[in-house]
Design a protein. Structure first.
Lengths: 230, 174
């Protein structure tokens, strides 16, 4: 694999919050169907890197190419559309909408792209079956366990068949057994749809579900894939 | 692992031939390191000499005689005592990695690179074990988890050491 075949390719990213540098020359690449773990100690810049790659945060300088196009050259509306339809997100705490049922939560990204309710919920249910939470459809997030809620969140992240799933400490709030099951289901589902997964974690046992790792330290990251391909 | 105690424990459920014992051992505990026949027969003759097993019958076939072994009361007591005895926790105080880190600092080489290389190697093994766990049964999962938790502990140490390299460099060079 070469950087040319990368779905996402970031080079020399810099981002400061006030006088505090969060990223100081970070690089990253990922190919379709690849699971890459972003590792590093707390405060090293892992989450900032993920937010930049996902177009949530704009870096001060550097380049991010998604599918060959520079993210910074896109209009806000275009980046938002990209996040809705081509990117999926899982966070440490599921961040499900408490007023909606689990099925409605999973269907939400489809509804936001204009898919009709029935069709959206049918697709949602098929993802909930894959994540083994189809029985929770009518429950609200407050009525399910942490592990179940996180599987619902994973189903939601995959429901639009995204090309990239961004997972920020997806098992951080779970015990070992639930965390492993979530990782197993997330990586299996992503691989079966050829989605790339950017997996931010500080846990080695979670990173072991990835194909390779990129380590961030003091805002700097080294991507061996880029170094080897030079 | 005490092969003698393990074979004795396997005999508690009923008499077996040496070959059956080896097969049962390999299936349950010998995933990566199956027993040699020689190990089984030398262990059984030691257990026989110590009165922990007895010969329950001999089958004469086309090849060599096949002895069937049964555990004795003394053998059962021995297994019981072994199971009750806690294993000595590994103290992990002789770390090659620590030595390498200190030597790298003393000789002006990059200890950070050394730790990065080691992290990559640990993660490589962790991926292999995670994959084996995913495809394996419950015993495979438990055996791999044991190794994975130990490797994870090593990695935590690597991270902590990486974060303290400057401090360590000052100390070892003083």
């Amino acid at each position: 694999m070469t950087p040319a075949g990368s779905l996402l390719l970031a080079k020399d990213l810099r981002k400061s919050y006030g006088s505090t540098p969060a990223l100081d020359g970070a690089e990253f690449s990922i190919h379709p169907g690849e699971v890459v773990a972003v590792m590093g100690p707390s405060g090293s810049g892992k989450s900032t890197l993920l937010h930049c790659l996902a177009g949530i945060v704009t870096p001060d300088s550097g380049s991010i190419l998604y599918n060959g196009r520079e993210l910074s050259s896109m209009k806000d509306a275009e980046r938002s559309a990209l996040r809705r339809s081509e990117f999926g997100f899982v966070f440490q705490f599921g961040q499900l909408v408490p007023e909606l049922t689990c099925t409605e939560n999973v269907a939400l990204p489809l509804r936001l792209t204009g898919v009709r309710r029935k069709e959206a919920e049918r697709t949602a249910l098929s993802w909930m079956e894959r994540l083994e939470v189809e029985d929770l459809g009518n429950k609200r997030p407050g009525e399910v366990s942490g592990g179940q809620g996180q599987r619902v969140a994973v189903a939601r992240s995959l429901v639009t068949s995204p090309r990239v799933v961004f997972a920020d400490e997806p098992t951080g709030a779970l015990d070992s057994l639930n965390g492993e099951r979530v990782m197993q289901l997330l990586t299996e589902a992503a691989r079966s749809t050829n989605a790339a997964v950017v997996l931010v974690t500080h846990e080695a046992r979670v990173a072991a579900y990835s194909d390779r790792e990129v380590v961030v330290r003091d805002g700097k990251s080294r991507d061996m894939m880029l170094e080897h391909s030079v | 692992m005490s092969i003698g105690h393990t074979l004795l424990g396997l005999l508690e459920s009923g008499p077996r031939h040496g070959y059956d014992l080896k097969r049962a051992f390999d299936e349950k505990f010998g995933h990566d390191r199956p027993l040699h026949y020689g190990q089984v027969y030398s262990t059984m003759s030691r257990l026989l000499k110590n009165g922990l097993v007895e010969v329950d019958g001999v089958e004469a076939g086309g090849g060599p005689e096949r002895k069937r072994y049964a555990i004795t009361e003394a053998g059962i007591t021995d297994v019981e005592a072994w199971l009750k005895q806690p294993e000595k926790p590994e103290p992990y105080l002789q770390s090659t990695l620590y030595t390498k880190v200190v030597l790298a600092l003393l000789t002006g080489r990059s200890a950070g690179d050394l730790l990065d290389t080691q992290r990559a190697e640990h993660l490589r093994l962790m991926r292999i074990l995670t994959d084996r766990k995913r495809r394996g049964d419950l015993s495979d999962q438990l055996i791999c988890d044991h190794a994975l938790f130990h490797l994870e502990a090593d990695l935590r140490w690597l991270e902590l050491t990486a974060a303290r390299l400057d401090q360590l460099a000052t100390e070892v060079r003083a």
